[in-house]
Design a protein around this ligand. Sequence first.
Ligand code: SF4
Ligand code: MSK
Length: 626
Amino acid sequence: MSRKEENRTITKDGQLLLEKAHRDGVVTAWDRHEAQQPHCGYCEMGLSCRICVMGPCRIDPFKEGPQVGVCGADADIIVARNLGRMIAAGAASHSDHGRDLVEVLENVALGKGEGYGIKDEAKLKKVAAEYGISAEGKDVRMIAGELAHAMQEDYGTRKKALTLISRAPEKRRDIWKKLGIVPRGIDRETSEMMHRTHMGVDNDWVSILLHAMRNALSDGWGGSLIASEVSDILFGTPQPKPTSANVGVLKEDQVNIIVHGHNPVVSEMVLLAAGSDALLDLAVEKGAKGINVAGVCCTGNELLMRHGVPMAGNHLTTELVLATGAVEMMIVDYQCIMPSLGTVASCYHTKMISTSDKAKFPGMEHREFYPDNAREMAQTLVKEAVENYGRRGEIYLPVAPVDAVGGFSVEAILGALGGTPGPLLDAIKAGKIRGAAGVVGCNNPKIKQDYGHVTLIRRLIENDILVVDTGCAAVATAKAGLKTAEAARFAGPGLQEICGALKIPPVLHMGSCVDNVRILVLASALADALGTDISDLPIAGAAPEWYSEKAAAIGTYFVASGVYTVLGPMPPITGSMNVVKLLTQGLNDVVGATFAVEPDPEKAAVLIRRHIEVKREKLGLSSVKV
Ligand code: SF4
Ligand code: MSK
């Protein structure tokens, strides 16, 4: 093993596959990251502006060159506008994903979309009631239709406030009202951010950042929440299920299909097709023992949460998994799918398939999915994957999979607690659990793969902080063996006792990127039970290896909802000390929470522990000095 591989990822499968990829002449994200060095300093600081064609403009951070762009925008305005647009892109991505699910719900209501249906009727009725839709005298399809319509209205501009913000504690909603940042329409807030940041519109950097929070809230309490809830309604609300993780989940003697992206609409149909007798018979005929569907990234997380489908890896594993030579087909939907994948796959026999009209890629065959053709299309693709099995060359599966448990929806967590957050609050009050942290987000070649997630989370659980995680962070801890009940041995004595009593892991998998809203809903339930606000709770958020615009939106809706959030990689804001100070200090007086930036996970753990102890003290609970 060369030093280089060890410096790129802490995972054994990653290190060995990186070596293999290099032997095969495959260029990976790490190589391309190296080739990009040094990154542009202006861009890293958020000081370059390409908004209009009088520019592009740059602000000289050393104060020797221009301090304003052609239009007169200074560093504060340029940094705030850039950050605002980043958050808008993230909010748009999650929310558009939510819209696609609402359209499937609408199709189900109309009796279309063969293969789709309502799996969680109780949740359908519960969410419908939140939208003021009565279930009385109506059949399931009628309720689904009315709910789909009401949700579509949340996307538009007809309301003064999004429906589901009613789930936030009253004190929190009052803060938003006072600040004028109650999210009104999901699409409206993103559209308004693009408007505000056009040249010559909002040139008050504070006002831009306030709207950035409203925009992010339209994601967290709007688009993402709708995505998560409708996924549960259509495909079932997750309950704890055993699963496994790392590239060892691929099977030497089976047809392997990897699903990648975020939206479960395609992958649910692929899974259904892979279980069909006719296709299993065909697989046997072709010499395979079965058909193995495994995931990467958040489409993988969606299937893992609901079906226990194994997880081959997270963001930086998406190229490496192809280097196993064992993937017959990779089927992608959208988000976090590197455009390099088609090139990597061309070194092997893997067939690459794109499925969404809004996400096409070089080197992939495009086979569009609609609710109406999804079932049939999935069968066609699985058949093609089976037929591709015979084209396999040498395969390399150098590790055994690691056991894990996934599926901790809010309903599942409250279920494990006996139906109420009471026992969890009692454990927090007694100091057995000091508090809780939500660790989320991606991989980023700027940080050794999984090092940020795993180190931070180990330190937190060692110190009796219960961790819930999502996205690629959740895959990192699954690979590291922290997601089994036995992993409680890595926790401090108090957390160990609680995990033992409830038979749960110390790190609970809460789902995909849109499922970060499950963390908000859980935090609201805890705050309501205590009669307080989210910002008073001994909780924190972290995104130790984030890379994406979506993560910027998530971090912002966490903070705007009152959750102190520690980022690993620095966002492009250091060109404006005013913006940095507002986000890391000033917001405390505004929304009761701030961002912190700390790339070293050991130090990030100290920040979170300190924050949790301060909150405990303020609640009159026992506290220790960190
Ligand atoms: Fe330059 Fe202003 Fe145009 Fe940005 S908006 S490119 S700072 S002129
Ligand atoms: S997939 S947004 S790399 S978590 Fe949700 Fe992972 Fe981040 Fe994509």
